[in-house]
Write a protein that binds this ligand. Structure first.
Ligand code: HC0
Ligand code: SF4
Length: 579
């Protein structure tokens, strides 16, 4: 152990502890723009590049970056004395000398660490005038890259390369010209980017932001000729409250519904309903493949992989195109909701397809891209017109002068608003496969599942596995969240080493609750755990907890689809993948 003094307080820390960590233990927050610690993922990003976290170590001539300087025996450190404050302010002014002054219209305004710190450091005028970077803004279907606003903290690079193993972003060029970009500075859309949005979630400035669809939504809601219906993803209800100062893990389902109704949506529906529908289709496909496999059919491939996460779909299309026949052909719940709304529902409402706008509220940025994929359009009209993120919804609610905390609790509309507990847990890692197991067990065995909670499938470990007993038939299930973890399971399949029958994969750490469109969690895994716990609480409180028992799903099959994996189901609810 090492003894040292920070801001007149004594502390003892293990060898290897950084000054930043030791100060944190004492409750001293040292400002930083590049350091990032992602608890459970074991990722620590401490490039010491921004120089904002400098501290004075007595007896040393130069100030030290606290995030990558190790504690030494007897050190006496000052984290906020005048010399340090002066240095931080100078560094900030230098950064701002090469930063656009469009804070008023920047997507990150009010939520930008650079802006917050400039204010905190009392920067009122800039003493340095220099050349300004001028990069072309890169607009992709999900993410906007404005590299004039990049401060080279390189957090995005760590997320993309180390956590997600996608490798779409890296630092290119040198000195003033250096920038984080896809290879050859190509546009994101042409790169291997999956649109998972994890880089956006950690960007401290407006360099990486989501493509904002709020204005489009306001225009559509203001148009009396349009029937605008909305679906809300499972994970949104567990995080939206955070944007209104509520504790992480506060469930705001009913308040969210009333906010959406007050915004002017004609009907407020639930993606959870479509999640139940996904279980009917994907579960049936799983059982069919399993049965053929048990019957010795060599053409049938196992494991079956879930296919509801569009970041994950992009990942395997880019990185594992040779395995595109393994994922389920079932569309994601978002994309099952769209065609059901624009056929079955539109018919019931007496609305023409061209007059109906389907909007989704998603914790995810890849969902924006998913909406505009050609295979999810009919004559150019998207099944889901566009999606907005949890953050965009929070802003819109604030713009409309509503305080979510004081809104009453209201129920979703029907027929596409009723869901079971199985649909709710889709938003947490392991939830999709647990929901599938609840239904597949009962369909396969013909018996009632006594205990619907599959505790072995829950948790935050990056890769998990469990064997579920289907009345004597052991079903091996794998779960991965975060694309780096997914890669490991996929490589095992490719090498013929996988023993799983079914695998659930979600691109974002934690599953959708940790999506790139959620309120920023700054890598604090305790926030993700609270959001997951909220979804399991909602599941527990539901009267019906198995997808196949949802009365509106039963009715949808009776009145419209026939049976799971029917010809009509295949046409509307399944898809194919690309090389
Ligand atoms: Fe998800 Fe989904 S669970 S991907 O994470 O399957 O985004 O919340 O909406 O579609 O239901 C996201 C969340 C969804 C879909 C569902 C799935
Ligand atoms: Fe990488 Fe995901 Fe960002 Fe794309 S969205 S650049 S895959 S971290």
């Amino acid at each position: 152990m090492i003894k040292l003094t920070i801001d007149n307080k004594q502390i003892e820390v293990p060898q290897g502890t950084t000054i930043y960590e030791a100060a944190k233990e004492l409750g001293i927050e040292i400002p930083t723009l590049c350091y990032m610690h992602l608890g459970d993922m074991g990722i620590e990003h401490k490039p010491g590049g921004c120089r904002i976290c400098v501290v004075e170590v007595e007896g040393r001539r130069n100030l030290a970056p606290s995030c990558n300087s190790k504690c030494e025996e007897g050190m006496v450190i000052h984290t906020h004395n005048m010399r340090v404050l002066n240095a931080r302010k100078t560094v900030m002014e230098l950064m701002l000398s090469d930063h656009p002054f469009d804070c008023l219209v920047c997507a990150k305004s009010g939520n930008c660490d650079l802006q917050t710190m400039a204010h905190q450091f009392g920067v009122r005028e800039l003493h340095y005038k220099g050349e300004q970077s001028t990069y072309k803004v890169d607009y992709s279907p999900s993410i906007i890259r404005d590299m004039d606003k990049c401060i080279m903290c390189r957090r995005c690079e760590t997320m993309c390369n180390d956590v997600q193993t996608v490798g779409a972003l890296s630092a290119v060029n040198r000195g003033f010209e250096s920038v984080v970009a896809p290879a050859f500075e190509m546009d994101l859309e042409k790169s291997t980017c999956t649109y998972c949005g994890q880089c956006v979630a950690v960007c401290p400035t407006g360099a990486l932001t989501e493509k904002d669809h709020t204005n489009q939504l306001i225009r559509d809601l203001a148009d009396p000729k349009k029937t605008v219906v909305v679906q809300t993803a499972p994970a949104v209800r567990a995080a939206l409250g955070e944007e209104f100062g509520m504790e992480a893990g506060t469930l705001v389902t009913g308040k969210m519904v009333s906010a959406l109704r007050r915004l002017g949506f004609n009907s407020v529906f639930d993606t959870d309903f479509a999640a139940d529908l996904t279980i009917m289709e994907e579960g049936t496909e799983l059982l069919e493949r399993l049965q053929k496999h048990l019957d010795g059919d060599k053409d049938v491939k196992l494991p079956i992989l879930t296919s509801c996460c569009p970041g994950w779909v992009n990942f395997f299309e880019h990185h594992f195109p040779d395995m595109k026949d393994i994922p389920s052909t079932a569309r994601s719940p978002q994309q099952m909701f769209g065609p059901i709304a624009k056929t079955y529902l539109a018919d019931k409402m007496g609305v023409k397809r061209e007059d109906m706008i389907v909007v989704s509220i998603m914790p995810c940025l890849a969902k924006k891209y998913e909406c505009q994929r050609d295979e999810f359009k009919v004559d150019g009209d998207p099944d889901v017109n566009y999606s907005i993120s949890t953050r965009e919804l929070a802003n819109l609610i604030k713009q409309a002068n509503m305080d979510l905390t004081t809104l009453p609790e209201e129920d979703f509309d029907n027929p596409l608003g009723e869901s079971t507990g199985a649909g709710v847990i889709f938003g947490a890692t392991g939830g999709v496969i647990e929901a599938a197991a609840r239904t597949a067990y009962e369909v396969y065995t013909g018996k009632t599942l006594e205990k619907v909670d599959f505790d072995a499938l829950r948790g935050m470990e990056g890769i998990r596995s469990a064997t579920v007993d289907f009345d004597g038939l052991p079903i091996n299930i794998g779960i991965a969240h975060g694309l780096g973890n997914a890669r490991k399971l996929l490589e095992d399949i490719r090498d013929g080493k996988s023993q799983y029958h079914a695998i659930e994969i979600m691109a974002c750490p934690g599953g959708c609750i940790g999506g790139g469109g959620q309120p920023l969690h700054h890598g604090d895994s305790s926030i993700l755990k609270k959001r997951a716990a909220a979804l399991y609480r909602e599941d527990e409180g539901k009267a019906i907890r198995k997808s196949h028992e949802n009365p509106y799903i039963i009715k949808l099959y009776e009145e419209f689809l026939g049976k799971p994996c029917s010809e009509l189901s295949h046409k509307l609810l399944h898809t194919h993948y690309f090389d």
